[in-house]
Design a protein around this ligand. Structure first.
Ligand SMILES: [Zn+2]
Length: 131
């Protein structure tokens, strides 16, 4: 128990995904039935298919929802306030921090995914840069 509420810590698949994204080679996995998933898994969460292919992540996506976080988890204490967003890439959605003030974020805003570090602990995380 770390008690910090971070789901992604220790998730090797997610770390690999972040490394690829940092190299400009972001991807998601798609099953034979066309279900996209992120972070990458061994089995499709929708239909249970283990026939998964890595597919390049689109270069940009659109903000689907966003939230300004004033009271963060301890692992993000020094990063607050910040904006988290769920970004729609078509078959998949990705959650991360938006590198912009909340006034500059809106639903449908086009953003590009990248990898950043939290100020609090230097943890890698997904970030979005407005285009
Ligand atoms: Zn599937």
């Amino acid at each position: 128990m770390t008690g910090d509420g971070e789901e992604s810590v220790g998730d090797a698949g997610f770390d690999e995904f972040l490394d690829a994204l940092a190299d400009g080679e972001g991807y998601y996995v798609e099953c034979a039935n066309g279900h996209g998933s992120l972070p990458p898994r061994r089995v499709c969460p929708e239909c249970g298919s283990a026939d998964l292919r890595e597919t390049p992540l689109p270069e940009s996506g659109e903000v689907a929802t966003y939230t300004k976080v004033h009271v963060p988890a301890p692992s993000f204490a020094d990063d607050a306030p910040y904006v988290t967003a769920v970004v729609d890439f078509g078959p998949v959605r990705l959650t991360g921090h938006v590198l912009a003030a909340v006034e500059d974020v809106e639903i449908g805003r086009e953003v590009e995914p990248a990898v950043g570090e939290t100020e609090t602990r230097g943890d890698q995380l997904v970030v979005f840069e407005p285009r």
